[in-house]
Write a protein that binds this ligand. Structure first.
Ligand SMILES: NC(=O)c1ccc[n+]([C@@H]2O[C@H](COP(=O)([O-])OP(=O)(O)OC[C@H]3O[C@@H](n4cnc5c(N)ncnc54)[C@H](O)[C@@H]3O)[C@@H](O)[C@H]2O)c1
Length: 259
């Protein structure tokens, strides 16, 4: 697998918008054939990719539906004959505090953020094995590394980290690598309606700004490519040093250097 493949196929979930659309556009520009899977219509992104000379197709997929996963992968096998990459990117965030999280919200977030990647890995791994191996990238979050206030989001993203490490061991024998990416705060529709939260959160980011979708895409592309050939069960933060240094960045800023 080269970092600029010409005959490689990748499926990206949640690719109709936000970071998933950015991943799809960049991977297509890098030569991948991209299957954009989403509950929303990904056709506009596909049309843009085709207009730019890339290869892509859109498929309707609710990641919480294992039967639909099987039929989507069967379609990829028929259309492309192979699958080398899977980006489990689809996810939802409900910024509800612990006692405000209803059972329905809990179930919905777990279903999309955790069950979805599990079903996706189970459905895609056999075709990836038959394709000579490949790479799976699970989009977790820094909320999967710290005690984030929203329990459904945090728990689903911690669990996705565990799922990543479990799958990495199990699928190594099939030549499939599995890693997780942990974005910090990235400017996408996921954050819409939370301006106050974002402004306050940025004050804890040593880089002093949110991340851009393309800065996450670059790491996803690295994990899909040959440059990470000995990497599996790993995790990469893309967070402007928020997790490693956010607390003391805020403390030092508030103290204005007066230690
Ligand atoms: N934006 C951030 O700050 C941030 C930070 C850390 C992690 N993340 C994670 O990155 C990923 C992408 O986030 P984003 O900010 O681009 O979000 P977004 O809301 O902009 O896009 C999410 C996409 O997922 C799709 N989707 C939702 N439910 C689905 C389902 N059941 N089946 C298939 N598709 C579904 C939506 O239609 C949408 O196109 C998510 O997993 C999110 O948790 C985002």
């Amino acid at each position: 697998m080269s970092d600029h493949p010409t005959d490689r196929v990748v499926l990206v979930t949640g690719a109709a918008g936000g970071m998933g659309a950015q991943h799809a556009r960049t991977l297509a520009a890098d030569g991948w054939s991209v299957v954009l899977a989403d509950v929303a219509d990904a056709t506009p992104v596909v049309e843009q990719i085709l207009a730019d000379g890339g290869r892509a197709s859109a498929v309707e997929l609710d990641v919480t539906d294992p039967a639909r996963w099987e039929s989507v992968v069967a379609g990829v096998r028929t259309t492309y004959g192979a699958l080398h990459g899977l980006v489990n990117n689809a996810g939802v965030s409900r910024r509800l505090r612990f006692m405000d999280t209803t059972h329905d919200v809990w179930r919905q977030v777990m279903a999309i953020n955790l069950d979805g990647p599990f079903f996706g890995i189970q459905a895609c791994a056999p075709l990836m094995r038959d394709s000579g191996g490949g790479s799976i990238v699970n989009i977790s979050s820094i909320a999967g590394q710290i005690g984030y206030f929203s329990p459904s989001y945090s728990t689903s993203k911690w669990a996705l980290r565990g799922l990543t490490k479990s799958a990495a061991g199990e699928l190594a024998g099939w030549g499939i690598r599995v890693n997780s990416v942990h974005p910090g705060l990235v400017g996408t529709p996921l954050l819409s309606g939370s301006d106050g939260f974002v402004t306050s959160a940025v004050a804890s980011i040593p880089f002093g700004r949110m991340g851009r979708p393309d800065e996450v895409t670059a790491v996803v592309a690295f994990l899909l490519g040959e440059g990470s050939s000995y990497m599996s069960g790993g995790e990469l933060n893309v967070d402007g040093a928020l997790v490693s240094n956010g607390t003391y960045h805020r403390i030092l800023t508030e103290m204005e250097g007066d230690l």
